[in-house]
Design a protein around this ligand. Sequence first.
Ligand code: IPD
Length: 259
Amino acid sequence: MNHRLRTAERASRAAGKLLCDMLGSALGVRSKDVRSNLVTEADTASERLIREILTADFPGDAILGEEGGTSGDVRGGRWIVDPLDGTTNYAHGYRCFSVSIAYESGDGLQVGVVYDPMADELFSAAVGAGAQLNGAPLHVSARSDLRDGLLVTGFPPIGADDDLDNLRVMGRFMRRAQAIRRDGSAALDLCYVAAGRFEGFWEAGLHAWDVAAGALIVSEAGGRVSDYSGAPLRVDCGELVASNGLVHDAMLEVLHDRA
Ligand code: IPD
């Protein structure tokens, strides 16, 4: 599995360099399903590069990518790739975005790498082997009282008529936690929980490519990752709560308005 981790690290660094090189250039920004769901030339170029690197080392592996969909036979496992998490930030030159690459086998997530090229921060984890930031061990925070917690959330791209349940949830968290942020890259939000910078993160409407790598990194950094009911996360389930573990139950209470 170490080979897969090293390959994912190499691919994420290469893609991160490409994103930096293309930042601010003509991006060919267009909308996908709804107007606010963007894709740029950088997303597709980054995914093409990552697929080339993964396939060169592991020609038989299936790959799910945000832009290219699934290729290969997923029965043996799959790579899960977000070539540019934080596309809206990127398109505006707001320097909060990342590359996210995970490998999942039948036994669950095995490897996760998230790279922030602007900060040159590479977050990584292999199951059972802990999490690292640029090679140094990574740990969640020790704050146990939600009132002392800095939390982060996100909003999926929505259409004009979609409901905004999360605004009500956010209002409840604003009253219960120290402060709330909304940064725009779910993969980085998760890594910041793993690094103890945030105590917790919640969001609904996410995709496997947004969360797969970061979820493993949080778990391996000593945190907890679940769906909104508190059950262990399945990366395709669409909703996620991640925390340092200590504030997790309190977050679930707030989510369900039981606090
Ligand atoms: C988005 C980011 C954002 C989250 C959205 C995602 P993308 O991913 O992770 O933080 O709030 O739900 O869609 O589209 O930039 O890869």
